[in-house]
Design a protein around this ligand. Structure first.
Ligand code: HPA
Length: 263
């Protein structure tokens, strides 16, 4: 399988905008984590709506632009805003940033997301390096190929050690992918816990599967924005995602900068 054909035109447009060739890394910024964009030096902003074939994002807390620039002197691109299945995109479309990164010659990919904690030892504001992914329903087979081959993230441990070396509180765990858009019931969360999941979210799995298939070195990090449904009595809403992200944005930026240099 190769990259979708329409990617050629998106990439041709980006190259015309003077994006440096073969950026060291690409970063996909999850809910509330767009402020990482401010750590990018000499930024060039390209709105998603100007890129041929690019979908637009509609989720609060996500903006919709690609940022090209440098971090620690390395050329990188960042996708500030991503695409979710619940917005009406098919699984392949939700992985568009991965295809773009691959076509631009990137070989390190750092994916972030906001997730709800299922593991009761976790706290809001924790970072979790994802070391495995499961789907709540295996018929959600994003691109129709055997995922077991691509469900292995050897860089997770390295990322966790780099985070610990920076003195950051960081967990490591299994992410369960749900399609949303609604939050889960507390019975579902109890079941997910028994299945071995530590955190739940509505993104990242299609991107990680595609990145692994395309042999990009990738690491995914969840910011625990809330305890999942039924874990506490708190009501779930999108506001807390922003608050949790705000509280950890500097640590997150430090970790991403380190990963760009050392993965
Ligand atoms: N469930 C699903 N997705 C999420 C959650 C959650 O609790 N928090 C952030 N994304």
């Amino acid at each position: 399988m190769s990259l979708p054909e329409f990617i050629d035109e998106s990439v041709a447009y980006l190259k015309e905008q003077d994006i440096p060739e073969n950026p060291e890394a690409a970063v996909i910024l999850g809910s509330g984590l767009g402020s990482f964009g401010k750590s990018i030096s000499d930024p060039l902003f390209i709105n998603y709506e100007d890129i041929p074939h690019f979908p637009s994002t509609s989720v609060k807390g996500h903006d919709g632009r690609l940022i090209s620039g440098t971090v620690n002197g390395k050329n990188i691109i960042a996708f500030s805003g991503r695409f979710h299945h619940y917005e009406g995109y098919d699984f392949e479309e939700t992985a568009i940033p991965v295809y773009i990164a691959k076509a631009l010659g990137v070989n390190k990919l750092i994916i972030s997301n906001a997730a709800g904690a299922i593991n009761t030892d976790f706290e809001v504001g924790d970072l979790m390096v994802i070391d495995s992914v499961m789907r709540h329903n295996k018929s959600i087979s994003p691109m129709g190929y055997p995922q077991h081959r691509y469900n292995h993230y050897p860089l997770a441990d390295k990322a966790r050690k780099l985070a610990a070396g920076l003195g950051l509180a960081v967990q490591r765990g299994t992410y369960i992918y749900v399609t949303g858009p609604n939050y889960e019931s507390k019975a579902e969360i109890r079941a997910f816990r028994k299945m071995g999941a530590d955190a739940v979210g509505m993104s990242t799995a299609p991107e990680l599967f595609e990145a692994a298939r395309l042999r990009l070195k990738s690491v995914a990090i969840s910011l625990i924005s809330n305890m999942a449904s039924g874990v506490t009595r708190d009501k779930l809403d999108h506001e807390e995602v922003k608050i949790a992200a705000e509280s950890r944005k500097e640590d997150f930026a430090k970790l991403v900068s380190k990963l760009i240099l050392e993965l």
